[in-house]
Design a protein around this ligand. Structure first.
Ligand code: SAH
Ligand code: F3S
Length: 440
């Protein structure tokens, strides 16, 4: 039997799809990259913004055509949209047979049996325990160099705009033993980089007879797995990020000097409305700490513009905070109201589309300027780069990242994918750094 799987949304979804492929493989399903060869199509979905869902509805139309050619084809929607829309996915699409929430992937094989018997099958139960820690993910779509390892699931933060706590349920941490085992298995299979994943990694907490372990403690243990294994993590939460984590980062060369610290807004009033649990000043204090412990660290962020009641003043505070931090990179979004969230229930989505669009474009152009400045400062410096692949533009060039997570392109010489090389930055373009391998 053949499985075709498509993944949308965050890195956690990518990691989840690897778990799903593992579960399916154990029940005799081989993966295919050709829709027309598939017996089962699964689409792992995202609900974070309305357009993420719109895209999936568009894909379902494509799968509808595949079903016409192959009436036996089973179509399943898994992940956040499955959790949010439940039965509605079956009713409104008319082609979906299977709806599986993020905590029910172990049930996939038995649900498929039901579908084969002509039934529709739904399981959107959320769990307080499930973390798939015993399932070894099948890393099917990788460069063989870097991999994700999820260290926790769910989120208890309840930011006013966010659907994640509803689609992914309560926060729960995975045991350090299984995380470390997975890291070691990656090393054994020649992987060079691991990214630890959680919606709020700073809330990682493990407790057993031997004691307790915080995120800082876990990070240190993963870093000790092997000095040649680079360690990254995502995402840090401004309210919870401790100096202890920064100290561990400073202590280990193989922990990458790059922090993603979503700010969302530069206005304390907006942060309060968003229920983020920190102020502009608190956030600035966290940035000062990063710069103190890790002067070489890159900082990236997420920003939402046009959230409820955002004034021109609030917007300007976001711009001024961006200038102050000098972000190296940012994901920037217009606010998209999500059903059932606190904001949807209690506030009015009262910033017009035109204003949202204009504010977003101001934020993007400022970030483009900041990113370009940050890259210019790298010219002339030499970085250790982990090679991830061949440049899309030319076979004669390779690309990789430095510790700061910046992409660097350079002539390949005799280097190969998976090598660490020293690269001197010769020039920068708007999107990339271009360098040359230095003789060691
Ligand atoms: N804890 C995760 C959050 C995942 S959501 C993290 O910190 O990465 C990723 C980003 O999507 C958020 O940081 C936020 O900037 C954006 N986002 C979430 N809900 C949104 C909404 N309703 N409208 C627009 N952007 C949203
Ligand atoms: Fe969403 Fe806030 Fe959690 S953005 S994922 S509720 S930290």
């Amino acid at each position: 039997m053949k499985l075709y799987i498509e993944t949308y949304g965050c890195q956690m979804n990518v990691a989840d799809s690897e778990v799903v492929v593992s579960v399916m493989k154990d029940h005799g399903y081989m993966r295919t990259e050709d829709i027309h060869e598939a017996d089962v199509i699964l689409v792992n979905t995202c609900s974070i913004r309305e357009n993420a869902e719109t895209r999936v509805w568009g894909r379902l139309d494509v799968f509808r055509l595949a079903r016409k050619k192959n009436p036996e084809l089973i179509i399943g929607v898994i992940g956040c949209m499955a959790e949010r829309l439940k039965q509605k996915l079956i009713e409104e699409s008319k082609i979906v047979d299977l709806v599986v929430g993020p905590d029910a992937y172990r049930e996939l094989p038995s649900m498929l049996v039901e579908v084969e018997q002509g039934k529709k099958s739904i399981n959107v139960k959320l769990s307080k325990e499930e973390n798939y820690e015993d399932i070894l993910p099948v890393r099917y779509d990788t460069n063989g160099v870097s991999a994700f390892v999820s260290i926790m699931r769910g989120c208890d933060n309840m930011c006013a705009f966010c659907v994640v706590p509803f689609t992914r349920g309560r926060e729960r941490s995975r045991s350090p033993q299984t995380i470390l085992r997975e890291a070691q298995e990656l090393v054994d299979s020649n992987y060079k980089e691991v990214t630890l994943l959680g919606q709020n990694v700073d809330k990682y907490a493990w407790k057993d007879k031997t004691g307790t372990l915080s995120f800082a403690g876990l990070l240190e243990k993963v870093a000790q797995t092997n000095p040649l294994l680079r360690v990254r993590f995502s995402t840090s939460y401004p309210h919870d990020m401790t100096d202890e984590v920064l100290e561990v980062m400073a202590k280990y060369d193989n922990i990458c000097k790059s922090i993603h610290l979503p700010v969302q807004s530069g206005s304390t009033k907006m942060l309060e409305l968003m229920k983020r649990g920190y102020t502009r000043e608190w956030y600035m204090d966290r940035i000062r700490s990063i710069k103190k412990y890790l002067p070489e660290c890159s900082i990236s962020t997420d920003i939402i513009t046009g959230f409820c009641d955002e004034t021109e003043e609030d917007h300007k505070e976001t711009l001024s905070l961006m200038e102050w931090v000098k972000y190296d990179f940012a994901f920037m979004f217009k606010y998209s109201e999500r059903p059932d969230t606190f904001a949807a229930r209690k506030y009015k989505d009262n910033i017009g589309e035109e204003i949202k669009t204009r504010r977003l474009s101001e934020i993007i152009s400022l970030q483009n300027k900041l990113s370009a400045e940050s890259k210019k400062q790298d010219v002339g410096k030499t970085y250790e780069v982990l090679i991830e692949g061949t440049s899309k533009k030319s076979k004669e060039f390779l690309f990789g990242r430095n510790s700061q997570n910046k992409v660097i392109v350079f002539p390949k010489e005799s280097a190969v994918i998976g090598d660490y090389v020293k690269v001197k930055i010769m020039r920068s373009t708007s999107a990339t750094l271009i360098g040359e391998i230095q003789d060691v």
